[in-house]
Design a protein around this ligand. Structure first.
Ligand code: FAD
Length: 406
């Protein structure tokens, strides 16, 4: 058994059952243990305690404030504060390391007037929320970052404050460690079914693959790309599907002599600093369907056909590079409006969503875990109001689109 995981739950009933023990489930569990008003029992059920295929493992671990939705900017600001004060946030625990954010910034590049307009509109939202986003002309980009080819660029947008790389794996580790130490049970088990009360208004229990039935006060769907499968067990249709996202680490023959911002090329390909003359690059195929939950096969033609030509055109120094490693991960893509889905189901009030984080869930985990723990404790949010992310908007067919999706 993976260390820290039990083979079976110790009890047959818990106040909160969390389905999925990666970063969202663990953040929620930890914030529950932080809350002096919460005295309940918490069970985290994880089908794969190695986390090999969890989005949390496959992530690129970056944070940005360049969103088009104010709430998303504030969510990332809380994450930045949490990360930079990790030890304090974790009760001054001497074992917890000090972390920082490597703030090389995200540089969005627009090659059309329409996209430039979108960047201007986004920047207004971000600055109003306190972000330090700057718009840059092609000449200004070239002056600050001479290695770019900006011939086709109309406008750029960058924020160099609390935007860049952070060590999500360490935060994830400490949330799990402290949550366990404070009594949260992590069990290696897959949830395969749920039962509801006779009137259908509550989830009564979850059934494990072993056949064991666990009754619950609340159930939290923190199942990542499997969110729709978990929701379907409760008869709920949630618009989240796995989408393949590819990552490459490459070494440049001529490394850039300054930090490379996380550059979002108009082609959709992104590339960033990775240290030691290596760079991390991400992208996906132009045809981008939902895929099977266990489909992590590599598209070996993609690098040559799309990714490398895009980055070598943007950064001519990257004509000569050598790929060192590559992997495939799944986004839990919210196909409705690309925003998080949080809070209770409108009719099944003890079924709590924590889903649809697409490519920005790692940085959202502090605020979403905190908010979910507040909802579980008080039936209301006490810090950041997450109600715009509730499922009701999906039922009503009213999206709150997030335009800045990578
Ligand atoms: C390639 C890639 C790059 C990314 N880059 C970034 C980035 O730079 N910044 C950022 O903020 N975000 C990024 N993300 C997104 C971020 O990694 C995810 O949004 C986040 O990790 C989601 O965490 P999660 O806990 O919701 O899901 P996951 O990490 O997928 O965890 C879900 C867990 O639920 C478990 N589970 C599912 N069903 C069941 C069941 N029935 N019973 C028990 N357990 C179950 C799974 O085994 C899994 O461990 C990236 C994602 C990918 C794929």
């Amino acid at each position: 058994m993976t260390p820290g995981f039990k083979a079976a739950p110790e009890r047959s009933s818990y106040d909160v059952v969390i389905i999925g023990g990666a970063i969202m489930g663990s953040s929620t569990a930890w914030f529950l243990t932080e809350n002096p008003d919460f005295n309940g029992s918490v069970l985290v059920l994880e089908r794969d305690p190695t986390y090999e295929f969890a989005s949390t493992t496959q992530t690129n671990s970056c944070i940005r404030q360049q969103f088009s939705t104010e709430l998303n900017v504030r969510i990332s600001q809380f994450a930045a504060d949490f990360v930079k004060n990790l030890r304090d946030r974790m009760g001054g625990d001497e074992r917890v390391p000090d972390l920082s954010i490597q703030s090389f910034g995200y540089l969005y590049l627009a090659d059309t007037d329409a996209f430039a307009e979108r960047l201007r509109a986004n920047q207004k939202v971000q600055v109003a929320a306190g972000a330090a986003t700057q718009l840059l002309s092609a000449d200004e980009i070239k002056a600050a970052y001479p290695f770019y080819n900006v011939d086709d660029i109309v406008l750029g947008s960058i924020n160099r404050v609390d935007e860049g790389y952070w060590d999500g794996a360490t935060v994830f580790d400490w949330w799990r460690r402290q949550a366990r130490e404070r009594g949260v049970e992590y069990v290696a088990a897959e949830v395969v079914a749920m039962t509801k009360t006779a009137d259908g208004s509550r989830i009564e229990s979850v059934t494990l693959a072993s056949g064991e039935v666990i009754t619950c006060g609340h159930v939290v769907n923190a199942s990542g790309p499997r969110a729709a499968r978990t929701a379907a067990m409760a008869g709920i249709d949630v618009p989240v599907e796995p989408r393949k996202r590819y990552t490459w680490i490459f070494k440049a023959e001529q490394p850039i002599d300054q930090d490379l911002p996380l550059t979002i090329d108009p082609s959709g390909v992104h590339v960033r600093e990775n240290g030691g003359g290596t760079y991390l690059c991400g992208g996906h195929a132009d045809i981008d369907p939902g895929v099977a939950h266990d489909d992590f096969s590599m598209d070996h033609g993609l690098w040559e056909a799309k990714i490398w030509p895009a980055i070598a055109t943007r950064i001519p120094q990257f004509e000569a590079v050598r790929v060192q490693s590559e992997w495939v991960g799944h986004y839990a893509m919210n196909t409705f409006d690309h925003n998080a889905i949080a809070g209770p189901h409108p009719e099944i009030g003890n079924f709590i969503f924590l889903n649809g984080f697409s490519g920005h869930g790692l940085q959202q985990s502090p605020a979403m875990g905190r908010g979910t723990a507040e909802w579980l404790t008080y039936g209301a949010y006490r810090s950041l109001d997450l109600t715009p992310f509730h499922f009701d908007r999906i039922k009503a067919g009213i999206p709150i689109p997030e335009h800045a999706v990578i």
